[in-house]
Design a protein around this ligand. Structure first.
Ligand code: NI
Length: 194
């Protein structure tokens, strides 16, 4: 079921989400929530979604990119459900990304770490350890920010970079893609298009 995505200003986006217990993860309610998050993310053409973006303050997020029309420069990223994710930053490398969000109507420039490791559970409760690099690392940082009650507007460093999607496309897109080419090249994991 496609759920309504709360928009910036809704308190549910500002409350830190709480960890999911093993019993909750086994429950039909949480399994349906995960299905709905995936369906809602795909319907909205997101690269990721967090549980509070469908109104539930649990530490669950989904990432996945598959020929995404909203983000045509993003390499494909396998669909992955992360339960109670913990990020370990690998090294000091950062890049200046430009991000949008399904809960924010504008986009803007913000720094992201280039390399990180995530330790989490999958939706069956099995342990996951995955290294993410480049744009995939940015996507994971964005979703874990949601779980901590943070939005892109908290990290945008230069308010002059704020833009509607249409104006970004018309005035910033080409320069942006050139700027982040190193992060695109570094992106892992990635799937080649089918
Ligand atoms: Ni978002």
């Amino acid at each position: 079921m496609i759920r309504t995505i709360p928009q910036i200003g809704d308190p549910v986006l500002r409350v830190p989400n709480r960890p999911v217990t093993p019993e909750e993860l086994d429950s039909p309610e949480v399994q349906s929530l995960i299905d709905d998050m995936i369906e809602t993310m795909r319907d909205a053409q997101g690269a990721g979604i967090a549980a509070n973006q469908v109104g539930i303050n649990l530490r669950i997020c989904v990432v996945g990119v598959d020929a995404n029309e909203r983000y045509p420069y993003k390499p494909n990223l396998p669909l992955t459900v992360l339960i109670n994710p913990i990020i370990e930053i690998l090294g000091d490398d950062t890049y200046l990304n430009n991000e949008g969000c399904l809960s924010v109507p504008i986009r803007g420039d913000l720094p992201r770490y280039m390399n990180l490791k995530v330790v989490a559970l999958d939706r069956l409760g099995m342990g996951i350890q995955q290294v993410y690099r480049g744009l995939s690392a940015g996507t994971v940082q964005h979703e874990v920010d949601h779980l901590d009650g943070k939005l892109i507007t908290d990290r945008i460093t230069d308010s002059r970079s704020l833009s509607t999607w249409e104006n970004f496309r018309n005035h910033q897109y080409d320069q942006f893609v050139e700027r982040i080419q190193p992060a695109i090249d570094a992106t892992e994991p990635r799937m080649e298009p089918a």
